[in-house]
Write a protein that binds this ligand. Structure first.
Ligand code: NIG
Ligand code: FE
Length: 448
């Protein structure tokens, strides 16, 4: 490996376009007719020796460097990719980034042999994070999530889906969604909000499942919709969480209020969630280690994306991963996401997710790259704005210190991202304030 090559920025003061990214071994445009399916998922629509021109926050041209440099006008900024790869900013289409506390103690217990399901059944797991989150105000949640988002951003993610689901009361779910709204406004990233009131049954409703589902449908969803706090409504459809019938009622109520359905499906056992997602026209069904062949075929024929979360299987020490190879071969729209959360997937790295997508779910490197760009943008309903490098799209661009896509995975365990551009602006690493560097990730906080 060569030492990291920081991009060179040359300021110019004579005009148009504002920015040209040049000297790329390949520009992976990921452009095409729409989300990728089947054999098309392996095609990155790459431009060798390419360049990207940007005006304001939008891409104005993508093509061979010779064409772009002859466009006329001289750019304000020339950004030299130094022979690296230029590709769309990644979209992390499934995260739970806003929460209180951490679950390092449970991680230690799991290392010693306890299972995630046992900890959940004993009142830990999601409930432990709910207890910590309910104590926090909007400003506390913003403060604690900010550092996580900066880490993920500099690992190449420019758009995040972000879920509530650690409040499980009307007030606390709204607090989480308000925090997501504030973090989105703070930028440089953008967040796509998802309401996940049906993440677990809160302790106080342990003997009243129906009462909690009523609360979600009658109080939470109307409030979320009235305050326009979310675009999607998600449910954890799983043994020990919510049944297919409960999930259907919640998601249909969401739909009636303009919230698009998503599901946590077939994660720890066959849950029927994938079938329900396809039936309801969900934008995505997520997790899927236990999806069966019939459901794979259904996904292949549907417009519901299959979002694989292999970092969760890895972090829970499971042997079973979502069958990515079969899903791509069946023609499903396959995306990969981090599932960042304090319990089952405590990673901030899309690089690790790409590696597991390839080395555990059976995707090719190119399929995995489309799974974190064009298909992930589709999974969060942002396909018109982000996920590809095409004229008219938002200028969300990253530069990687590798010259072929395959090197990205072959040299695994490394953050290859050397520059992140969001809405046409190169974001300087020094912009990350010191106090936002993640503190809650340390064991020492827990035991001090
Ligand atoms: O996506 N599966 C359900 N929800 C999360 C886990 C949340 C937690 O453990 O705190 C997930 O894996
Ligand atoms: Fe999740």
């Amino acid at each position: 490996m060569n030492p990291p090559k920081p991009p060179q920025v040359t300021a110019r003061d004579d005009g148009y376009p504002d920015l040209i990214v040049h000297n790329a071994s390949l520009v992976l445009t990921c452009a095409g007719k729409g989300p990728r399916r089947g054999s098309e998922q392996d095609d990155l629509h790459a431009v060798p020796d390419g360049a990207v021109a940007v005006t304001g926050s939008r891409i104005t041209a993508v093509g061979p460097v010779t064409d772009i440099m002859q466009m006329g006008g001289v750019p304000t900024t020339l950004l030299d990719a130094r022979g690296g790869i230029v590709m769309p900013g990644m979209v992390d289409s499934h995260t739970h980034p806003v929460y209180g506390g951490n679950r390092a103690d449970e991680f230690l217990k799991r290392l010693a042999g306890a299972s995630y399901e046992e900890l959940h059944a004993a009142g830990g797991g999601i409930q432990a994070t709910v207890d910590a989150t309910r104590k926090m105000r909007v400003a506390d949640l913003v403060e604690s999530a900010r550092g996580r988002l900066w880490s993920m951003f500099f690992a190449g993610v420019t758009t995040f889906e972000a879920k509530s689901g650690y409040g499980l009361s009307v007030a606390s779910e709204m607090t989480q969604l308000q925090a997501i709204r504030e973090l989105d406004a703070e930028g440089p990233w953008e967040l796509v909000p998802t309401f996940l009131g049906a993440h677990a049954l809160p302790r106080e409703c342990a003997d009243d499942r129906g009462g909690y589902v009523d609360l979600v449908c009658e109080k939470m969803i109307p409030k979320v919709a009235a305050l326009e706090l979310a675009e999607f409504c998600d449910v954890f459809c799983e043994r020990g969480a919510f049944t297919v019938e409960e999930s259907r009622r919640i998601l249909q109520t969401g739909q009636a209020h303009g919230l698009i359905p998503k599901l946590h499906a077939d994660e720890l056992s066959p849950s029927g969630g994938t079938r329900l997602g396809v039936e309801l026209g969900a934008r995505s069904v997520d997790h899927l280690p236990y999806v069966n062949d019939e459901e794979i075929e259904l996904l292949g024929k549907s417009n519901t994306a299959a979002v694989l979360l292999p970092a969760t299987s890895f972090f829970l020490f499971k042997d079973r991963y979502a069958p990515g190879r079969k899903l791509v071969d069946a023609g499903a729209i396959v995306a990969l996401a981090s599932d960042h959360n304090p319990g089952s997937s405590h990673t901030l790295s899309m690089g690790r997710v790409l590696e597991l997508g390839v080395m555990r779910c059976g995707l090719t490197v190119r399929e995995a790259l489309n799974a974190v760009t064009v298909n992930a943008a589709y999974a969060v309903g942002r396909e018109k704005e982000v996920g590809t490098l095409e004229p008219g799209k938002q200028a969300d661009i990253i530069i990687l210190n590798v010259s072929t896509p395959e090197d990205l995975i072959y040299a695994w365990g490394v953050n290859h991202v050397v520059a992140v551009i969001k809405r046409g602006r190169l974001v300087d690493r020094r912009r990350q304030p010191d106090e936002t560097r993640p503190k809650t990730q340390r064991f020492s906080d827990l035991f001090s």
